[in-house]
Design a protein around this ligand. Sequence first.
Ligand code: GLA
Length: 383
Amino acid sequence: MDTSQLRQQFEQHFGSATGASCWMAPGRINLIGEHTDYNGGFVFPGAVSQCITALIKPTGSRDVRLWAADLKIGCEFSLNDEQGPDIIHFRYVYGIVREMMERGVAIGGFDAVYAGDVPLGAGMSSSAALECCFANAFNELFHGGLDRLSLALAGQATEHKYVGINCGIMDQFISMHGKEGCLVRLDCRSGEYSYFPWHPTGYRLLLVDSCVKHQLVGSPYNDRRQSCERVAHLAGVMTLRDCSWQMLESLKPSLSDEDYRRAKYVLGEYDRVMAVSDALQRNDYETVGQQMYLTHEGLSKDYEVSCEETDFLVDQARKMGVTGARIMGGGFGGCTINLVADRLYDTFVTEVPLRYSQQFGRQCRIIPVSIGGSASRLPQFEL
Ligand code: GLA
């Protein structure tokens, strides 16, 4: 939906859009470093051109009216409301409102219409995009004066407190700190980060959306996190970042097989991110790809967040000679990320959907990746 359609929707639901401002925040990819953020490890994300766009108009009242134009649903709540909407989708915006208020921002009432092209449930962080779009807008519209990291943390707190997912910081961080043409390596223990220009000559990144929706709300994601925390606790460290292979092996007899395998994956993923950082310095994309396959194996067998469909997509990529492939994001369906040599591109985009529909009787979707910038205001679309 383009911004003129968004404006039409605004006028249809709330009247004149004059005085509304326009905001965007991106979804993300993650090259490597999965389920490492809440373990104090490294992640390697990039913001993408797919984003959420919102038109927001302060009203001077204490009421909020929202219209999610893609989903064709709306909701209203008061800023004084302690419970918030029941529909999960609106709890992201409600949560951001409350979190910003808690951080001392004098949020006023507003009307907002929003839409986006970050596929829902695909592991591309549509929810972080939504949170960051509104957090960044509120910060400017209501003179919050918070820095970008604080806005990302407000988004993360929204997931924890209003949605029930104890996520790490990766998604909100990259939505607030992405830079065109660059991936970011973030150390989730220290908060230090550096930009890595991403121009892999001879290769492209492509996502394949299995179109199987993962269910992160509920327990599977939080269960994984709890396993890691149990092991860290027994090892006497804050997070698994500070647990060595030696410590893990000596703990093995006192761990359940499941917890052991979860921790083994996380320690391995730390090593793989390091290997990828080194390889990128040498433009060695073959090594990057090999590490991606190894990550998938760990996510599938030890961390158990893959599924039949995404395993199939990665297998097919391997069989076709694709440089690297793995499931991306929280897991339980969603996308695979593929590092594809230019010469394989045409075969890949025609063959993969064909094989997938033959296997499962349903369609998958190829999503091109271009690395874009962070949450921002779009003044060119304002009246
Ligand atoms: C989800 C969470 C992130 C991260 C990934 C897995 O996207 O929101 O914090 O844990 O899963 O890497």
